[in-house]
Design a protein. Structure first.
Length: 213
């Protein structure tokens, strides 16, 4: 079951702070997204291709706190600086994809944002698998990919670099999931600290957001 790069996620204490980081690094602002009632979060979005986007996500101060830990380790990073924290890979069969790897990527949870519905893998403690370098898996239940309804602001994902102290382990995971994305370079490098760096073509040229490269 092949997986594709679906979106990259910036976690932030507020949407304003996360959007400011995007503007600082890419020269464009993301647009309003919506709310995730089950997680008590909300987001802003930037199209990076026909089926790819950047997400800024934070705790929604107006929402009811969920009875379980929030996703993307947001409870632990509520007071941290905004950062490119993780990425999400798309699959047509999330349960089959999860079963194809020995890495623990979480359990399947149903999720909504407005009229959109999907399934996503989330660890029960809300943590980020392999410090965010391993992908969350998503299975969209929508007629068309959500990126297609976003404004095209001239941005496209060119490269996603994954840094981790155990690159062989990460490469094995990507192989198990058969992750690939035409036109996007997905690379793995050894690093003492896990992190992600995304290179994006913007109206101002190539820009990078995420961990130092």
């Amino acid at each position: 079951m092949a997986c594709r790069i679906d979106h990259i996620t910036i976690t932030s204490p507020t949407l304003e702070a996360g959007s400011s980081l995007v503007f600082e690094r890419l020269g464009v602002m993301p647009q309003t997204g919506g709310e995730h009632p089950r997680m008590g979060t909300h987001n802003m979005l930037l199209r990076l291709g026909n089926e790819t986007f950047l997400e800024v996500i934070s705790i929604n101060p107006a929402a009811v706190k969920p009875q379980r830990p929030r996703w993307f380790s947001l409870d632990a990073s509520a007071t941290s600086s905004p950062r490119l924290a993780c990425w999400v890979a798309r699959t047509d069969d999330i349960r089959k994809s999860l079963a194809s790897t020995s890495e623990s990527l979480g359990v399947v949870e149903p999720m909504t944002r407005g009229a959109l519905e999907w399934l996503i893998s989330i660890p029960e403690d809300g943590s980020l698998p392999m410090s965010g370098v391993a992908p969350a898996l998503i299975e969209w239940h929508t007629p068309a990919h959500p990126a297609q309804s976003l404004e095209d602001r001239g941005c496209k994902l060119v490269e996603l670099k994954l840094l981790h102290p155990q690159p062989a382990r990460l490469n094995a995971l990507l192989g198990d999931l058969s992750v690939a994305e035409p036109g996007v370079l997905l690379s793995v490098e050894q690093s003492a600290i896990a992190g992600l760096a995304a290179t994006i073509h913007t109206p101002l040229g190539l820009r990078t957001i995420g961990a130092p490269t």
